[in-house]
Design a protein around this ligand. Sequence first.
Ligand code: NAP
Length: 296
Amino acid sequence: MQILDGKSCSEQIRREISEQVSRLRAAGRRAPHLAAVLVGDDGASETYVANKVRDCDEIGFDSTVIRMDAATGEEELLKKVAELNADDSVDGFIVQLPLPEHIDEHKITVAIDTAKDVDGFGPQSVGLMCLGLPAFVSATPNGVMEMLARHGIETEGRHCVVLGRSNIVGTPMSILLSRNSTPGNCTVTIAHSRTRGLKELCAGADILIAAIGKPRFVTADMVKTGAVVIDVGTTRVPDASRKSGFRLVGDVDFDQVGPKCSWITPVPGGVGPMTRASLLQNTLKAYHNRMRESDV
Ligand code: NAP
């Protein structure tokens, strides 16, 4: 069993980006700028946004957090999105999900300018990705692809089962792995809560990607010997021994499954840090795209 080490892989990416930012600054250019809109006071969202700000600080990006009250109306949030779309100093921005229930997430996602849609959740970004055209790819699947590439994992012709079909993880993951690219060229099966014979299906996978949010759902009998297992799941499970009061648990029973795998991601330290690094990569890409446009 070898570990797909998202932590060290993401550190490498951050070093690469940080060096680019240093070169930009040395050349008298401004740094890339990521903005994040946080509506309400959801604990997990607060943590995610704080991490994004810290990541930006560490690599030399500018960052701005726009905090809005939980009672913020849809129109008010759409106005903020329009402001950020028009703000020349902002290269990319995200609206942290989930949003309070009275706001239609889809309406907000659609309103974000595709050129600044660094989360890659908008319909145009998703459409471009499906067509294999330059696009901002949703950070988690993008991070998984980067991790496979940087570890030299062979994917061509292999059967990949993706557990979960969400718009931000499972579905884009299945599209990216089935594309004619490296990594890619997999034969992909996408599974979900209505899939029959899930255990047998998973046990036939050369590459198994679990993104369902069910702690330790994937057990050893669901995994083929020598498979590559990517655990996207991160569920907060109460843990009184931790200062935070919880710990993160993946969708894969790591202790049981690990010894059967050729490669496996840990939780934490696998897909999570790669997701964070991907957002930084997308922001740098947005910056360069905008700089190129302003040069002509
Ligand atoms: P989601 O929107 O809740 O989607 C979950 C998917 O899993 C759905 O497609 C659902 O099927 C499927 N599913 C649920 N129970 C299942 C079962 N028993 N058997 C088969 N399929 C089942 O979740 P998500 O946003 O994709 O996130 C998935 C997990 O990844 C969560 O733990 C989340 O916290 C984590 N995550 C981690 C990162 C990271 O950076 N590490 C980033 C994003 C998400 P139906 O469609 O039929 O309901």
